[in-house]
Every structure is written in structure tokens, then in C-alpha cells.
Write a protein that binds this ligand. Structure first.
Ligand code: FES
Ligand SMILES: [Fe+2]
Length: 344
């Protein structure tokens, strides 16, 4: 198992709509995982590697509430224990695969790949905007050809919008305004207020606005895997809650050292009945995410080209990134201490 990842956390494994009785394979933190549903509809996550001779269980089929390996027919229940070996009656005790805690909520399927005794359901982030009738959601998900850290950094330093997203959500106002960064436990919030500015192109179109507003975006990063971006515009000098509000939910799931899954939900509290606004956002946000994917693929190549010892030159706008890295280091170190203490 790689020591590079925090495993004692919830990662998004899939949208609810992606999982049914056909097994779905995901690689998360270099661990192969198969996700499927029982007959009652409960989502199950098991290690996607048969205990017999390592065939991927996802290449087999779901049988009753478990899964049958496609190679020699071993069957494994939702708890990972082998329940049947077609060729013999005796089931060796070692014939089992890891079973991972799963939480399904508001259309997201989360898995906990680390110490199962530490899987704490109360730590699944708040995503209620997805099911609240006061909000409408547009979702996208993309495999990104970059390490997860680059996406996390990207979300904490939104000054990239001024350069990467000029036709949609970017303008010069962003980098002209500084950040206020706060830390609470394992959550970093990087908040930027832009008083008396115009709405960016994509929002102005969807909100049908003109004139000057107080614009804001605050990235709330639940280290290491989830960001809630509290964004919007409001009247000059008016409370944020009065304005056009956007909650962007971002599930960032490492695949391996150079690849990640990005699960994205854009929830708005305005234009709820406007199919046109939704259609504009589906396309506009696809553009935004593709721009990020293209930029971060290039940045990943740059990272790989670095000489040993070459490090970032962080500036004031990177204050959220710096705080998040400290939390990541602390969580990783604590987890490694716990892992070493476990019986081999
Ligand atoms: S490898 Fe799975 S049953 Fe043989
Ligand atoms: Fe971006």
C-alpha cells in the first residue's frame, strides 16, 4: 500500500446513477475497488481483486447480494467473505477480499478505504443542496490527468480563473482582490470579496444581470478530498445571503500519482425553472472544467519535469494552499503512525 495517500477519509467513488447491478471498477489511491448494488439496492464496495488468483471481480457478475469472480466462479458476499467455491465444498478462511464502508447520500457514493473502525459517517460532507428543492444542480465528472494535489490547489487559488477561464468565470477582478484564509480543524477556507464589480460572463448571462455587484467566492476545503465553493453576487454592501448564490461541490479522488477523478456539482438558488439557464450552465461549465483539465495536464507534466528539490514559489494568493498542505502533512503523518502500530 502506498504511503502517499490519506486513506482514513471519505472519497467520492461514483455518482449514485452510475452504480447498479453491473459491477463498476474504480481505482482510488492506487487501490482497485468494485462497486455494485445488493438486491435491496444498497451500494457495496469491495477490493477489486479476487482472493483466488487476482482476477478483477468487476470482470465477473453480481449474484444475489454478492459478486462472482468471472475466472473460476468464487463468490464473495457484501462483507468480502467467500461464500461459495464451485469446485469444492471447503472454503479456506483466507478466501476473502477487503470490504469498504460506503455512504450514499444526495446522489454521491462515498467510500472509506483506510482503517474501517475509523469510518465516521458524521464526517461525510454536507451536500444537501443536491436534494433541496430551493436549489437546482448541474453535474459533471471528469478523469483529470494530474495528481489530486493540483486540483486541490487549483480550487484554493482561484486567481487562475483570470487567465484560464476568460470567456466564462474569469476576469481581472479576481487577482486584484486578496484572500482571507481561516482554518478550523481539517477545513481551510479561502475567501475573496470583490466589492462593486461586474458579474463574470457566464454568470451575467445566467442571472440576466448588469451593473455592479459585490461578488464573492469562498473555497471551503475539507482536506483531503472535498471542496464546497460558496460563490455568488449580491447588491453592493448587502449581505451575501440576499444574492444570487452558487454552491459548487467538488469531490477530488486520487487514482494514482498522476491521475484523479473530479466529481463536480454546481448548485444555484436562482432561475430554478429556467431550462435555458440550466442548458447554458451545462455547456458553460463543461468548458470551464475542460479548461481546468487541459491546464492541469500541462502543469502535471511540468511537475514531472522538475529537478529534485525544485519547489513552488508561493505568493500571498497561495495562503490557502499553504495551510492545506500543512493539514495534509499532519493527517498523513498521523495515519502512518497508526498504520505502523497495526498488527502485520
Ligand atoms: S481468480 Fe477468481 S475464482 Fe479464480
Ligand atoms: Fe478552474
Amino acid at each position: 500500500m502506498s504511503d502517499a495517500y490519506i486513506l482514513d477519509t471519505w472519497y467520492v467513488a461514483a455518482w449514485s446513477t452510475e452504480v447498479d447491478r453491473t459491477p463498476v471498477r474504480r481505482v482510488i489511491c492506487e487501490l482497485p475497488v468494485v462497486v455494485f448494488r445488493t438486491r435491496a439496492g444498497a451500494a457495496v464496495a469491495l477490493a477489486d481483486r479476487c482472493a483466488h488468483r487476482a482476477y478483477p471481480l468487476s470482470a465477473g457478475q453480481v449474484v444475489d447480494d454478492g459478486i462472482q469472480c468471472g475466472y473460476h466462479g468464487f463468490e464473495f458476499g457484501a462483507d468480502g467473505a467467500c461464500t461459495r467455491i464451485p469446485a469444492q465444498a471447503i472454503i479456506p478462511p483466507r478466501a476473502r477480499v477487503s470490504s469498504y464502508a460506503v455512504v450514499e447520500k444526495d446522489g454521491w457514493i462515498w467510500v472509506w478505504l483506510g482503517d474501517q473502525d475509523r469510518a465516521d459517517v458524521s464526517r461525510v460532507p454536507d451536500t444537501h443542496y443536491m436534494t433541496d428543492p430551493g436549489w437546482v444542480t448541474v453535474t459533471h465528472s471528469f478523469p483529470f490527468e494530474c495528481r489530486a494535489e493540483l486540483i486541490n490547489d487549483n480550487l484554493l487559488d482561484l486567481t487562475h480563473e483570470s487567465f484560464i477561464h476568460v470567456t466564462t468565470v474569469g476576469d481581472d477582478y479576481i487577482y486584484e482582490h486578496g484572500l482571507t484564509v481561516t482554518v478550523e480543524g481539517d477545513v481551510v477556507t479561502a475567501d475573496r470579496l470583490m466589492p462593486g464589480v461586474e458579474a463574470p460572463p457566464l454568470y451575467a448571462k445566467t442571472m440576466a444581470t448588469d451593473g455592479l455587484y459585490d461578488r464573492f467566492h469562498a473555497t471551503e476545503f475539507h482536506v483531503p478530498s472535498f471542496h464546497i465553493l460558496h460563490s455568488g453576487i449580491t447588491g453592493q454592501g448587502r449581505p451575501r445571503e440576499e444574492g444570487y448564490l452558487i454552491k459548487v461541490l467538488n469531490g477530488i479522488t486520487p487514482i494514482d500519482a498522476h491521475n484523479s477523478w473530479y466529481y463536480y456539482a454546481f448548485c444555484r438558488n436562482f432561475g430554478l425553472d429556467s431550462a435555458e439557464a440550466t442548458a447554458d450552465l451545462v455547456e458553460g461549465l463543461r468548458t470551464v472544467l475542460q479548461e481546468d483539465a487541459d491546464a492541469l495536464r500541462l502543469q502535471e507534466l511540468g511537475m514531472q519535469e522538475r529537478s529534485p528539490g525544485e519547489a513552488d514559489v508561493l505568493i500571498g494568493q497561495d495562503a490557502g494552499i499553504a495551510k492545506a498542505r500543512k493539514i495534509t502533512e499532519r493527517l498523513l503523518a498521523a495515519e502512518q503512525v497508526r498504520r505502523k502500530a497495526l498488527p502485520a
